[in-house]
Structures are given as C-alpha cells and as structure tokens.
Design a protein around this ligand. Structure first.
Ligand code: ADP
Ligand code: MG
Length: 729
C-alpha cells in the first residue's frame, strides 16, 4: 500500500501524548529560569549585587564574581536534576545552536568532581567553522567564541528525561565581528536607549533609561506527522511545492476563531506548559484564517528577552508537536492558495519612569512627548523603508509579501483617522511659523483628539506592513520563521538615528532663540512634511495602492536578491556604523550570507520539485495512462465502436500532454540550475536563481502536476493531498 494511505489510515488511531494536567500557570511560571529572585537565594550578596547591576546597567562582571555566580547557577541547576550545560546562541543559520558539556570533570589527581566555573560561564569556543560567516572568517580569524549575556537569564531545557542548563550568549569572532543575531541587536538597543533618553529629557529630566519592548504574534500550521512524512517537500523545505487546491479551502473562513480541534488543543496546552516553565508569558491562542493554521502571542517584554523567548518557543513547539504525532510548520507559505504565516512584531518604547512612549498621554505635555516619538517613528520608517524591507527579505517570505493576503512589499505606515487628522493639522501650519498662541491651540487640539483614539478599537488596518495600533506600532510584514532580532535590530537602529537627528534639529532652533516647545513643534512639523508620502490609510492589498505607491516613488521590491541591496548602500553603512551596530565588513558579510541562504533555499526546492516530479508524479500518471490504454484496447478487441472509448482516449491525451510538459520543464529547469551554479558573483547568482529558475519554472511545473492530480486515479496518487493535510486531524 502506498505511504499516503498508510499515513491516512494512521491518523485516526494517533491520539498522541495525553493532554497535560491543568496546572496553574503561576505555579509553574519561571520554574526553569534562573531569575533574579532565584539568584537572591543561590548567590552571595556580593555576587547577587554584581549580577543585578550588570542586568540593569550593563556593567561588566569580573572573573572572580563570575565564578561565584557560576557555582550558584550550578547549585540551582543540580537541584533541578541538571547534569549538562551549554552556551545557547543564535547563529546566522536562523536556528539556535547549543553544544553540551557536562559539569562532570576530573581533577589532576583523577578525582571526579562536578564543576562549572566562571570561565565556563563567561566564554565557550564552539567550532565556528560550520556556521555561516559570509567570508568574515577567511579574511579575519578562523575562530569564534560565545560570550555570556547576563541580560537574558539562564534556563533549563528538558528533553525526555535529560535536563540541560542553557546560558544565553552572543557569538563573535576573535577579531570582534559579530557572527549571530543577538550581538547587533544588543548594540541597537543600547543606541536607542541613548538617543531616546536624550529626547525624553526635553520633557522629563527623571528619565534615565528607555527600553524597547516587543510582543510578537506567532502564526503556524499544525499537520499530522504521518502525512508530513509522506510529503518529502514538507520534510525537506517546510512547504509543499505541489498540491491541487482542495474543493474547500478557506473561502468559508469558518476556521478563524473557530473551536480548536482536540488533538491540536492538547498539543497547545502541552507546549504552553513548557513555555511557562521557561518564563515565556504566553497569553493568547486561537485559530487563524487558513485551515490548520493557528496563532499564539505572549505578553510583551523587553526586546532582548522577547527575541530569546520567541526563538526558544519555536524550538519548544517543534519538539512538543512530535509527542502528539503532529508537525508544526513555521514556514511562511506551506500551502499555495491559502494564507501564509507571519510574525507580527508589536513594538514600542518604555521609560524607567513607567511611561509607554507610544501611548497618547493624559496631559498636553505628555502628549507632546507622545507626538515626538510617534512622528519620529514615521520619519524613521520613511527614511529607511528600504532597510526595513531588506530586514524582512527571505526566500520563504517572498511568497507572502505582495501576494493578496499579506502586507505588500511596499513599506508604508498606517496611523488611523484621528492621528492622521492630528498630523494634517500640524502640517497645515506649514507656512505660518509657530508662535506661543499656536502652541497653546495645538496642544489643546492634540489633547482633545488623541484620547478618542483609545476608545476606537475598530480603527484597524490589517493590510498595512507598519501599523499604529493605539499604543504601539505593529510591524506586520515579518515572516513566521524569521528571527525577530533581524527586524528589531533595524527598527531600533533607525529610531535611534532619527531621534539623534531630531535632538540636533531641535537644539539648533533653541540655540537660535526659539522656546523649547516651539522648537520641538517646528521640527515635528518638518518631519511630517518630509515623511508624509509613507503614510497610507487605505487597502494595502489593492492594485490601486501599487499604482499610487509608484506615483509617490515608494519602492516595491518583490524579490529578496534585490531587496537585500539596501543592506550595503552607503546610507546603510553610515547608519549602522554611526550607531555602533554593524561595521561595513559585518554588513557586507551579512549581505553575502542572506544571498547564500536564498540561493540554497531555492536550489533545494528546485531539487525537491525535480525529485517528486520524476519519482512520484510521472510514475503515477504513467500507471494511470496504462490502465486507460488497457481499457481502450480491451473495448476495441471486444468489437465496440470508437464512441465507447472516446472519453478514455481524451483522458489519455490530456494525461500525456501534462506528462510531456512536466518531463520537459523539469529537464529545462535542471539546465537552468546548472547555468546559475556557474555564476561567480553571489548577487548575480541569486538573481539568476530567482528569475531563471524559480520564476521561470516553479509555477509552470506545478500547474501541470496539479492538473495531473485532478486527472489521475486517486488510488494511484502517492502524495497526501491538500484536503487530507489541511482537514484531517
Ligand atoms: P491585538 O493586536 O490582537 O489587538 P494586543 O493589542 O493585545 O492584540 O497585543 C498584541 C501584542 O502586542 C501582544 O503580544 C501584546 O503583548 C503586544 N503589546 C501590547 N502593548 C505593547 C507594547 N507597549 N510594546 C510592545 N508590545 C506590546
Ligand atoms: Mg495584533
């Protein structure tokens, strides 16, 4: 029997792991995290203070204290049954990496002891040669090391009966270039802190720290494991390269917010429990628009922690799904014809005085602070839309951006009608210089119109890539499998840079004799005028917007190889260097790595397509064709007239035509790949893979394969069909 029918037969019996017991969340929350509260218990006063100040102020911890902290962490971990530890980091492969060592060691005299010293906590040397470096290693230094990041707490990962202590780290080369996603993110957050505090001090001298906050929303698909195993494309690329649309897709939209299927529900509760133990504050779960698609979201946290929690959760979900004989698909577009998955990044900034800088205030004064940060964000997105676009570019996300279901590849900002009116009001005074009276009126206007916004939750725009949602911006174009650090590094860097300029512009006016608040209003006004072309309140999925955007001169880069260009322009190099986030070489290296990733992903998909077409699709089609022919010959031999087998002949002809097409196109595609493989320059090669391999053949081959799926006897078809993967659970 075919793998497909085995798989389908298996489903009904596969109840998977039982649903976990209904433990209270507060009872297990942070159970596996070395929080400051736990640190208090396991560390000496000195070690505790040192750790706490390092977390708050980023102060360095010296080696002796580090050893004390290390043994405290070990004592805690051992009390939980941990035997091994690892530095946990986020290399540029896009996944997380770990290398486990045991606490067990031998002293020089041969006695066995358990040990975890300061050196092991602070630094480790994984074999860096197998992680992407974009040529950095060739030019610089072969080795890399991981370094402890005290701002993210150590945690325990439990797999089966084994428990491992994970220490969050950054990954850098010996010459100091960052080789991961976290190091630049931490730099960007520090840059933002610096320039945001300076601007905050116009309004409140007590503010000494600004932290960026992130609440991500993770979309994903859940598919039965046995069906996935019967689909080599899902196993190897995380998406289906073939598959005819089922009679029922998502047209009824009956899945959205519907009741969650029982097996999936058990899986959700299971991964949620693991997440709570790891301190991931999950809050929401629901069905998404597409069949078999779901979403979860936590309460927002500091960006650094939120990023760790998201990457950690992606691991946890993948692992826990296996227990339930399910597979989580984090790919941006696992199935054609139905919605793909994104990862909305809700972003804001908070002060150490407890103010959300993107929340409209209660008094005219705080509203001016809000307006300042609000307009600076719009200006940052306007000035650096190209870099934001590059930050979300990837082979899988190309399937989403620009398709009629996800924000377009055109970066624009939605602010809602009230704030749009506020901005228009400020702008309309463009020719009249602000005076004291203006200031008073404006402040009042602001105050009057903004609070209404809080009441109006319906003023939402789900088609905008960067939308204001009441007290935060939501970057909606991020892909579901992406590491949020990439987009967060960019968002925080461009904000840091814009605020720096804002401060300089305001100070220049103050020096010329303007009153502070009037100076601020004038710069705000100037920024609105300069960046208003990025504002768009309409339907981002519509054709009109594409035309309108073109008129406005907004870029619309639909493919990754060209979207990535923005990473290495002079503008980008200056921006990242000035804010201490990336050096020029680091940017060049990352650009190279992203291009290489793109090439490899398209290459793998092309190969899988070829394999499936030749080994699965054509044999099934030919078998069916033979069956038809046997039938025709039998009828002929029995002396029946041609009219008796006319339909069969038509079918044979149709099947033949598609077989020829699939066969020929696959061969042409293989040739096109060979040509692309011979291209030296990585960017040119990526463009060739995009235009000469993917764009030219993928849809075309798929078209004929999907036609065959409709024609060929269901019994002979070996790959699980869309209706089976999406609706059987
Ligand atoms: P929705 O967007 O579906 O209405 P919410 O507004 O409640 O849902 O929040 C969506 C996500 O935004 C959640 O992860 C939430 O924690 C996060 N969020 C809310 N406020 C902030 C903030 N100030 N900074 C960052 N993220 C936030
Ligand atoms: Mg949202």
């Amino acid at each position: 029997m075919s793998l497909r029918f085995d798989a389908i037969g298996g489903i009904t019996n596969e109840t998977g792991a039982p649903a976990p017991s209904g433990a209270k969340i507060t009872g297990i929350f942070n159970e596996h995290v070395f929080t400051l509260k736990i640190a208090r218990e396991f560390l000496s006063d000195e070690a505790y203070k040192s750790l706490a100040t390092s977390i708050r102020g980023g102060k360095k911890i010296d080696r002796i204290v580090a050893s004390q902290i290390a043994s405290g962490i070990r004592a805690w971990a051992e009390s939980k049954g941990v035997t091994h530890f690892t530095h946990w980091f986020q290399p540029l492969t896009g996944t997380t990496a770990e290398k486990h060592d045991s606490f067990f060691t031998l002293k020089s005299d041969g006695t066995a002891i358990e040990e975890f010293d300061g050196a092991a906590l602070i630094q480790q040397e994984p074999d860096a040669s197998s992680f992407p470096s974009g040529g950095l290693r060739a030019t610089f230094e072969a080795r890399g090391y991981t370094a402890w990041d005290p701002s993210s707490p150590p945690f325990i990962i439990e797999i089966g009966k084994g428990k491992t202590l994970c220490v969050p780290t950054i990954f850098v080369s010996y010459t100091g270039e960052s080789l991961d996603y976290k190091a630049p993110l931490l730099k960007a957050l520090e840059a933002l802190n610096k320039s945001a505090v300076e601007v905050c001090n116009y309004f409140d001298k007590n503010i000494t720290k600004v932290t960026a906050t992130l609440g991500w929303e993770q979309e994903y698909f859940v598919i039965d494991e046995s069906l996935v195993n019967a689909r080599p494309d899902l196993v190897q690329c995380g998406r289906t390269v073939f598959g005819a649309a089922p009679a029922k897709g998502q047209q009824l939209e009956d899945h959205y917010f519907g009741s969650i299927p029982e097996r999936v529900y058990a899986f959700m509760r299971d991964y949620e429990q693991e997440a709570y133990k790891l301190g991931i504050p999950l809050r929401t779960r629901h069905n998404e628009v597409a069949p078999a698609q779901f979403e979860c979201a936590p309460i927002f946290e500091e960006v650094n922690i939120a990023v760790d929690h998201n990457t950690l959760l992606m691991d946890v979900m993948t692992r826990v799904a296996k227990r339930h004989k399910l597979v989580v698909l984090l790919h941006e577009k696992p199935f054609a014809g139905i919605n793909g998955s994104g990862k909305h990044n809700n972003w804001s900034m908070a002060t150490d005085t407890g103010v959300n800088l993107l929340a409209p205030g209660k008094t005219p004064k705080t509203n001016l602070m809000f307006l300042t940060f609000f307009v600076n964000t719009i200006k940052a997105v306007h000035d650096h839309a190209d870099i934001l676009r590059a930050a979300i570019a990837s082979a899988p996300n190309d399937h989403r951006l620009g398709a009629n279901e996800a924000p377009p590849a055109i970066i624009s900002v939605f602010v809602g009608q009230y704030l749009a009116k506020v901005l228009a009001d400020v702008e309309s005074r463009v020719n009249t210089k602000f005076d004291e009276q203006d200031e008073a009126i404006l402040k009042l206007d602001l105050h009057r119109s903004i609070p209404e916004l809080m009441l109006d939750n319906t003023d939402r725009n789900r088609t905008s890539p960067f939308a204001f949602t009441g007290n935060k911006f939501e970057f909606r174009a991020v892909g579901s499998s992406a590491n949020c650090a990439i987009s967060m590094t960019v968002v925080n860097t461009i904000m840091a840079d814009t605020l720096k300029k804002f401060k300089a512009d305001v100070d220049a006016l103050i020096e010329k004799g303007d009153k502070k608040e009037i100076a601020i209003m004038q710069v705000i006004q100037k920024y609105i005028v300069e960046s208003k072309k990025v504002l768009f309140e309409g339907d981002g999925y519509s054709d009109e917007w594409h035309h309108e955007a073109e008129r406005r001169g907004l870029p619309n880069l639909k493919t990754t190889p060209v979207a990535l260009d923005a990473m290495i322009t002079d503008k980008a190099k200056k921006l990242f260097e000035a804010n201490g986030v990336y050096s020029h070489t680091e940017l060049e290296a990352r650009h190279e790595i992203e291009l290489e990733k793109y090439i490899k992903k398209v290459q793998i998909e092309a190969r899988i397509m070829g394999d499936l077409a030749i080994n699965h699709i054509l044999p099934a089609a030919i078998k069916y064709q033979n069956e038809l022919l046997t039938n025709v010959n039998g009828l002929k031999a029995a002396g029946l007239p041609e009219s008796a087998y006319k339909s069969q002949l038509t079918l044979v002809t149709e099947v033949s035509e598609h077989i020829q097409q699939v066969h020929d196109k696959v061969h042409e595609m293989v040739e096109a790949r060979k040509v692309a493989n011979n291209i030296e320059n990585t960017r040119t090669k990526a463009i060739a893979y995009e235009s000469q391999v993917k764009a030219k053949y993928f849809d075309d081959i798929r078209y004929h394969v999907d036609k065959l799926e409709h024609l060929v006897d269901d019994d002979m078809w070996t790959l699980p069909k869309y209706r089976e993967m999406l609706f059987l659970r």
